[in-house]
Ligand binder design. Sequence first.
Ligand SMILES: Cc1ncc(C[n+]2csc(CCOP(=O)(O)OP(=O)(O)O)c2C)c(N)n1
Length: 252
Amino acid sequence: MVVFDKPHALTDAPMHYCPGCTHGIVHRLVAEVIDELGIEGKTIGVAPVGCSVMAYNYFACDMIEAAHGRAPAVATGVKRADPENHVVFTYQGDGDLASIGMAETVHAAARNENITVIFINNAIYGMTGGQMAPTSLPGQVTQTSPYGRDTNHCGFPIKVCELLSELDGPEYLTRVTVNSVKNIKAAKAAIKKAFQNQIDGKGFSLVEVLSSCPTNWGMTPQKALEWIDEKMIPYYPLGVYKDRSAAKEETK
Ligand SMILES: Cc1ncc(C[n+]2csc(CCOP(=O)(O)OP(=O)(O)O)c2C)c(N)n1
């Protein structure tokens, strides 16, 4: 009897992520969705710069590496080159997507590009050693805010789903997390919907995943998962921020 198996859409390469990092969970969820939708052969992923820079080693589908923050622009080109035959997703951290890549993110959403964006919000620049990100919480201690993020000096965190929900373009914007089995199941459902939307030609879908970075947060993996509940979710509430097709159904 098989009690544990790996999705076909993941390669056999051992992942390099730190203990307790949730990138691996989200990789697995994306791969399970690719398997379940039967789209591995037509899916093209765009890897970011950040801890998941080597996502191209882990997903078995075709992958392209984008320059820091430019994944939505690269995904736009790939998708538009052959829209019927490709399912295109980006996989990006918060530094990548909400800092250097904010322009590409906003414009791809405004154009309602028919792509799927998986957005890993761990409230920090992980790969480069834990500097403050645009998503770091007020008061959060990071390498570049050793006394805690001072909003007078550094401004306030950017709430990406809320920000993009003001645009008419995007089809689906949702925020999930992966710090419990229940939340992991909900995250998978959101990721599946985001891919299905693209297959159905509905346009831009973004799934923000509140994620942990025990190494740079300076916590145990267990404490980091609790910190998501205690600190991140109150600032970044979970939920659907836009679902245009569902809203249309309701007004019928
Ligand atoms: C143009 C450019 N600027 C800066 C960097 C340095 N850099 C590499 S990863 C990174 C931050 C990544 O953070 P995030 O996107 O939040 O992903 P994480 O590592 O936390 O998963 C930065 C600033 C770079 N590689 N290229």
